[in-house]
Design a protein around this ligand. Structure first.
Ligand code: ADP
Length: 204
C-alpha cells in the first residue's frame, strides 16, 4: 500500500483550495488505500474492471483481466448482454485470485460534456460499490476507470473516484465495506490519487 491516511501528516492548509474536502475520520481512513501494480494479482473479494459497454473484452486493464481469468470470463460476460455507460455488472473471477470481477463501462471523455462525463464516472463507482455490497464483497479494488484510452484526465477522474467512494462510505451501506483501494498503474494516476486522497480522507 502506497497510501494509508493514518500515516499521513495533517494536510497543511495554506489556502481555501488546499483545505480538506471531507471531515477527518479514523474509521474511513482505515478503510481506504492506494496500490500501484497489476490489478490481476490481487486476492481481494472484488476487482473493478475498466470495461466497455459491449463487455466483450478489450485492451488495457480489460485485456489483462480477461487474459488472466481465462475464457470462462468472456462466456459469462457475453450472457450479460452489455452494460450501460456509468453502470456496472458482476461476474466470477475464474482463474483470477479475486472472487468477483465488477465490470464497469466508463465514459469516453470527449464524447459529451465535462459534467456528463463526471456524472457517468461517479455512476461507475457508485454502482460498483453497491454491487460489491449486494454480493457480500467486503474488499474492493478499483482500476483507474476511463483514464487510459478513454482519455479522462487523471486529476479530474481521481477527484470523482475518491469523492464518490467517500460519499458511499458515509452513506447507509458504507459500513458493509471493510476495504476500498485504488489500483494505479501509471505515474499520472499515482500523482492524482496522492493529491486527492488526503483531501477526501484527511489525517485525523
Ligand atoms: P479505459 O478504456 O477505461 O480508459 P484502460 O484499460 O485503457 O481503460 O485504462 C484504465 C487504466 O488501467 C489506465 O490507467 C491503465 O494504466 C490501467 N491499467 C492497464 N493495465 C493494468 C493492469 N494490469 N492493472 C491495473 N491497471 C492497469
Amino acid at each position: 500500500l502506497l497510501y494509508h491516511s493514518k500515516k499521513l501528516l495533517p494536510a497543511t492548509v495554506d489556502s481555501a483550495s488546499e483545505a480538506p474536502i471531507s471531515k477527518p475520520s479514523e474509521s474511513f481512513n482505515d478503510r481506504v488505500g492506494l496500490i500501484r501494480g497489476d490489478i490481476t494479482k490481487l486476492g481481494v473479494d472484488a476487482i473493478v474492471n475498466a470495461a466497455n459497454t459491449q463487455l466483450r473484452g478489450g485492451g488495457g486493464v480489460d485485456g489483462a483481466i480477461h487474459r488472466a481469468a481465462g475464457p470462462e470470463l468472456l462466456n459469462e460476460c457475453r450472457a450479460l448482454r452489455g452494460c450501460e455507460t456509468g453502470s456496472a455488472k458482476i461476474t466470477n473471477g475464474y482463474r483470477l485470485p479475486c472472487k468477483k470481477v465488477i465490470h464497469t463501462a466508463g465514459p469516453i471523455y470527449n464524447l459529451h460534456s465535462k459534467e456528463e462525463s463526471a456524472r457517468d464516472l461517479a455512476g461507475c463507482y457508485t454502482t460498483s460499490l453497491q454491487l460489491a455490497v449486494d454480493n457480500d464483497c467486503k474488499s474492493i479494488v478499483f482500476s483507474c476507470v476511463s483514464t487510459g484510452v478513454y482519455g479522462y484526465p487523471s486529476h479530474d477522474a481521481a477527484s470523482v473516484a475518491v469523492g464518490t467512494v467517500r460519499k458511499f462510505l458515509e452513506g447507509e451501506q458504507g459500513d458493509k465495506l471493510e476495504k476500498v483501494a485504488f489500483c494505479t498503474f501509471v505515474q499520472k494516476d499515482v500523482d492524482a490519487y496522492n493529491y486527492w486522497l488526503p483531501r477526501f480522507f484527511p489525517a485525523v
